[in-house]
Design a protein around this ligand. Sequence first.
Ligand code: ADP
Ligand code: ASP
Ligand code: MG
Length: 806
Amino acid sequence: MKVLKFGGTSVGSATNIKKVKEIVLSQNDDVIVVVSALGGITDKILTAANNAATGTSDFHTELTEIRQRHHDTMHELFNGNEPIREVVEKLLDELEQILTGITLVGELTAKTLDRIAGIGERMSSQIIAAFIGAERKDSSLLIQTDSNFGKASVDFQVTIKNIKEEFAGFKGIAVAPGFISKNSKGEFTTLGRGGSDFTAAIIAAALDVEVLEIWTDVNGFMTADPRVIRKAYTIPELTYSEAMELSHFGAKVIYPPTILPVYQKGIPILIKNTFEPENPGTRIVKDVRNGFDRPIKGISSISGITLLTMQGIGMVGVTGISMRLFTALAKVNVNVILISQASSENSISVAIEEKMLSKAEQAICEEFEKEIASGQVNKIDIEKEVSVVAIVGENMKKTTGVAGKLFSTIGRNGVNIIAIAQGASELNISWVVKNEELRKTLNVVHESFFLSEFMELNIFLMGIGTVGGNLLQQLKQQQEKLLKEKHLRVKLTGVANSKKMLFEREGIDISEFRDKLAQAEKTSSLQGFVDEMKDMNIYNSVFVDCTASDNVASVYKEILNANIAIVTANKVAASSDYENYAELKRIAKRKGVKFLFETNVGAGLPIINTLNDLVNSGDRILKIEAVLSGTLNYIFNTISEDIPLSKTILMAKEEGYSEPDPRIDLSGVDVARKILILARESGYRIEMEDISIKRFVPDTLFDGTLDEFWEGVPALDAAFEAERKKLVAENKKWRFVARFENGKAEAGLEVVDASHPFYDLEGSNNLVMYTTERYHEFPMLIKGYGAGASVTAAGVFADLIKVSNI
Ligand code: ADP
Ligand code: ASP
Ligand code: MG
């Protein structure tokens, strides 16, 4: 035997009731069907009753709609031949009479409300039983409760006996209304809003059936409310406790009391979709079988909450305060959704439903009247319009750091957390946020590593020249591997060149990005790009700057302030005014996002990283000596009898080593920027003007245009060749060396002999030598390719991986 419960939407129309019939008839078993009222009817009855009582408006509007819905449904189901029309009509008349009565007395008691609240179920069960051709059973005669109208408590002993007797030897299909019950005096009561689930569970438990199936309008229990989180997906299995916690914190898919009776009997619950019956839905059982072993199973939330905080120095160490508080609230039927107590014990916060506020406030003030008067409790703080959010999962117990990750994720996204509570069972963590932050909070947590199969990194790339282009190629090649091996989904979410910009939340296909960008509607604008990134407001976003532009660097502050990380190959920001550099680092730190620029020095070589590691581990940098210009090193390694200086400069440009304007390299400015950055990362406050650069090319060549420069360079060839010959004879070489020592930095062309570490430095390689307190006698050397688009792109890529923290 099975119990199947169909909710309001499942029985909301004739079309849907036909689906229900198909599902019921396809069960190869005896079935008890529990039904809700036609979707929306209970709400209408309650509105009509309130209108009648307050006289604010006529209840007939609602009543007419209720009548019409039932007439239409019956008409369509029974083709005009309506066998139960009379029964339904009588119930509608009963509803009208009571509403009229309420209007006359101008008062609505909970008892009267319960007389009519369940009329929707009484009608729907008649219609559906007749349509399926099943026997109708009256739940209100079976389920006996106390007289707590509106949300009555079940007398299980009597109820179970009634149900057992009623269904003894039962075979076939029965249909019963959900939600309704009666007290021992035979007066109608109800089991609370959403209570049809509970009716079904009570019957299932009493008869010890094989399974309780809750049929609704979604594919089972999902990781979050699918109406709020588009990407929510079905959780295949949940334990009873997890389902209980999720529903307690607002997952409406199942009414929380439902779980207890079936849990005690070990009856599995299946949540299924009436509109997609083939979907397996969710199984709720004692122990989950398969490897759905993430620490967090789902997120849920409740809005319309008020947080009450009781504070007072006099509360510290006094026993019984919390007990008195909860007892006072319980006495007036105020349900406490969350409790949070500061470890100092001088404050206790409780989250309650907003509509209970005045009752709760009064109860607390009465209970603590003496303490308030004497100042032991100095105030009751009320924070309205907040929501409670909870994450739930049994595996949280086995996983450390969940709370840390959770709250840093939320904080990084700029959401303020008002209160936090963690159940001692470690099954859930719940917290309070302002209503207006709820959607973002849910999205952030859902988007983050808790629920997604994969962690996502959203890249917003500016500049698709050699470095940016190479980066995308590398990314394309690695995307699958990162996804498979690191569970990291790197998406190109936004991209811009100087003409157009393009954004796609789901990720732009990298193999098509050039065509797509060319056809994009949006014309490129720096501020437009920044605004779009901010508006998209996606968790784990990173702005990648592959330009060399001053303008782009000027928006870093705004980007970091929006909690978006930055990875940049552009040296402008880190080598700008010290104050600006320091401010960017400060913002990044405060916001908890990364600002990485490893490729600013030595392309992909781990030069800045190593420096940071040394400094962070307590070492002190005493001296830095370095060959930092791949271009200049290439030039001085390539220059020969056959290849004069002017030609090497041209070759360096063609090989992609030099900056677009090679004078930036030749002048030493590029090297100066790099040593400046290294000095700053070592902890020194230093400006560009503090660096002395000795040029090896006359100033006149830098003053004119680029064309004039190219024309003038060959004039230097002869002198350089003469000098070169001399160096060859002495077995010496030129190196353009940057040096930082005693707070001073300089750069210039030097001559080194064969014993110097800089002597063997092939091609465009870079070499950095750190002399530190620890690496004193033998300095630390880092050496390798220091220029070129592909190694630079690889360095940017490495920074990106660092942003994702895997
Ligand atoms: P019924 O009328 O069938 O009882 P309800 O409206 O009471 O249906 O519950 C189903 C609704 O619960 C879904 O439409 C969905 O919007 C909401 N819901 C909230 N949280 C969740 C969740 N975690 N998983 C699935 N549905 C959820
Ligand atoms: N019809 C009732 C309600 O809307 C009970 C239910 O549908 O579960 O609350
Ligand atoms: Mg429901």
